[in-house]
Design a protein around this ligand. Sequence first.
Ligand SMILES: [Zn+2]
Ligand SMILES: [Zn+2]
Length: 293
Amino acid sequence: MSKIKNAEIKYYGVRGSIPTPGEKFKEYGGNTTCLFIELEDDIIIIDAGTGIRVLGLDLLKREFGTKEGGTAHIFFSHTHWDHIQGFPFFIPAYLPQNTFHVYGETKEIKGLDAKDKEVLETWTIERTIRTQQTFMFFPASTQNMGSKLIFNELNFNSEKKINNFSVKTIRLRHPNNSMGFLFNFAGEKFCFCTDVEHNDEMITELSKFAKGCKVLAYDCQYTPEEYVDGKIGWGHSTFEAAAEICEKGGIENLHMIHHDPMHDDQFIKKLEKRAQQRFKNTLAVKEGFNFFI
Ligand SMILES: [Zn+2]
Ligand SMILES: [Zn+2]
């Protein structure tokens, strides 16, 4: 029996909230959320924060830059700026030979219609991504992007099988929700949960959702002290909550992501040490870090 190759995973952006350039931030990186996963037959991208610009340049060096073109699946955790703002600069999406299957939640939001605050408005992932590139925000619309963009609604608590991988979803506590993903690549599991605020229920739910997975990438934006001192309700979490999820769920490795823009390299290093004392197999992820599962 041939050995099944699982996944290669690379982080192109691990900064939370807003891009954070500068000398003091260069080790962990300033680009916002973007993750690249390569399987034997598939390419998966999670979120289009500013990191996706650099990913796009890398993809142009391979099939996405050739006449034959390439295909990838892009999953959106949610559509806050730091998770979509790189998309207009994702060059492979402008080339007609490429195809992108895009997945995200449909949000029903009350009160956007000024005439009647009770009217629900429907924001599909397609509508939100296209709106970001309307004339008042960006010169090139998504209609100017020559690639094939195929939009798909993805619901919470669902499971989808695509070619040789599957993905399960969960609703995360965050203003207007975020979506957590559990990928299964030939039996190896990788869980990605960003933009999530813990409470007892969320910790229990996530420990069940991510049970036994090889790696949990989790929003560790705040120190436990920052969290209780003014950040409750902001939609983000701590390494302590992450460690609890990992212990309860028998998870092998914790990857701390969505670093706060106020935390420079020295600060994150210290935070990582504290986190490792709480849960040994913890890594504060640096932009550009890659690994195999
Ligand atoms: Zn975010
Ligand atoms: Zn968010």
